[in-house]
Design a protein around this ligand. Sequence first.
Ligand code: SF4
Length: 284
Amino acid sequence: MNELTQGFIGFCQDLMASRAGYGDSSSGIFKKHPNLKADQYNRSQTMTNTTQSIEMPSQELLNDQFASLDLTDRIRALYDYFDKEEVLVTTSFGNNSAVLLRLVSEVQPEQKVHFINTGFHFPETLKYRDELVRLLNLNLAEVSPSAQMYELTHQRRFWEKYPDTCCYLNKVLPLEPLKERHKVWMSGLTGFQTDHRQKLQIFEPPLFGEKINRFNPLVDRTEAQIRQFRQSQNLPSHPLEVRGYGSVGCWPCTACAPGRDGRWKDKAKTECGLHTNLHNTEFS
Ligand code: SF4
């Protein structure tokens, strides 16, 4: 057994131990919104189980309230409930990432924006990252798997036979500590991208085993609306988009094709797992 394999086994043991306590989803997350009347709280199911539910608007109410707002006002209204330190913003610097980044940079310029750098991004994506950071003056923070994990993934080419495990180890897991430290996760998912995303609402409660709520301010916007926003704001395009890539992720799992057809091409997989309940099942 070589050093890398030993390291991987140790890592998996640590991981299983660290996940043993999962399942507690209790957290009091929402501050009372000044514009909501008392009887608007607890109208129905709250977004998390909490002993402070009197302070929480229901998910239904939040979604009703936010649905009628334009994109900028949705982002603004989120900060009526949360401090910027409580908000986790992630971006992939993909084709439509500039939309959310433009909105966040305008409303909350100091907001930290996280990029999961797996080490498997196209050079064009890193160039696009740098361009958007400069243009929008982003407060960027990168999250990465360990050098050992990168090396192991690279040597074993996990993405070929075990793409779920690969995404879990290189994307999902590095973000876990950040999810623990924040109360709501803002990302730029849009419903037109996949069947799974089509079913999402603006506010989503924590997934099983998690505490963090999800905020998807773009989720009900059509592809045409997103395109129109990008044009109206004069936002630059990802260099690979102009070469025919409808969606761009890690290079081993991205082919040149329309829409998301080029992601994990010829595999059943359609989501990396950050926004689904992906666990490391392929090796278990
Ligand atoms: S997108 Fe591909 S290379 Fe990137 S983490 Fe997932 S399976 Fe691995």
